[in-house]
Design a protein around this ligand. Structure first.
Ligand SMILES: Cc1cc2nc3c(=O)[nH]c(=O)nc-3n(C[C@H](O)[C@H](O)[C@H](O)COP(=O)(O)OP(=O)(O)OC[C@H]3O[C@@H](n4cnc5c(N)ncnc54)[C@H](O)[C@@H]3O)c2cc1C
Length: 203
């Protein structure tokens, strides 16, 4: 960026790729730096993804930010971060924030993908969780390989057994619409108050 930028971890930017092509991407790093970090999935043949992938190092583009309401609020409640696929970008940013603050709240991170290679930044998450006094990381794979120690199935399958201890928690959920719909439906069904659920649907 041409100057340090302020935002809350969990918020997103609108990246202007020219000719009216604009797409949202969430920051995964900490604010107040002139560098911003995105985690972007390339979807072959889709316009926005291909335009991002075609950028060369040094190319100049316009970025509008910050946008979005999904950022960590202060409270005494436990925090539950739920990511599906590329939803990891804002969730990683929020976990970085909690670790930097030495936050003492119970923190639960649930991260789902199809296969292990798609659980990007898993090692970063594992290290950040170790920096917090009461944090746990649970992974869920729909196509689990032999030896996978996490949950076999959807992110909702991983979350469901944890909910009894999280009814009063603040939830932050990010991922594709099918995933955010499933998770918010599960939470509402479990009696979580709507004002405790914040989510970004990457549709
Ligand atoms: C808040 C938010 C945060 C996101 N964060 C990330 C992230 O961190 N990482 C990541 O990989 N992805 C993220 N996404 C998804 C990303 O913005 C793209 O939608 C995704 O990469 C799909 O790729 P695409 O743009 O190539 O797909 P496309 O098929 O080109 O478009 C995707 C969506 O945009 C719509 N669209 C297509 N053309 C137009 C147009 N001309 N005008 C208006 N709408 C159009 C389509 O209907 C479709 O819903 C985020 C999305 C949102 C809403």
């Amino acid at each position: 960026m041409d100057r340090p930028v302020a935002f809350h971890e969990g918020q997103h930017a609108v990246v202007d790729l020219g000719d009216g092509l604009r797409r949202c991407y969430s920051m995964s790093n900490r604010p107040d730096s002139a560098e911003i970090e995105f985690i972007m999935k390339r979807y072959a043949g889709r316009v926005g993804s291909e335009a991002v992938s075609a950028l060369s190092p040094g190319a100049q583009i316009f970025v509008e930010m910050p946008y979005g309401d999904m950022w960590i609020r202060q409270s005494d409640a436990p925090v539950c971060l739920v990511a599906g696929g590329t939803g990891i970008a804002p969730i990683l940013g929020m976990l970085r924030r909690l670790a930097a603050d030495h936050d003492t709240r119970p923190v639960r991170v649930v991260y789902g993908a199809n296969v292990r290679d798609e659980l990007v930044c898993w090692q970063d998450l594992a290290e950040l969780v170790l920096e917090l006094p009461d944090a746990e990381l649970v992974g869920a794979l729909t196509t689990a390989h032999d030896g996978w120690l996490g949950v076999k199935g959807l992110v909702t399958h991983a979350l469901e057994p944890m909910l009894a201890g999280l009814v009063d928690a603040d939830f932050y959920v990010a991922g594709p619409p099918v995933m955010t719909n499933a998770v918010t439906g599960l939470l509402k069904g479990a009696g979580v108050q709507l004002d405790r659920i914040r989510f970004d649907s990457f549709g």
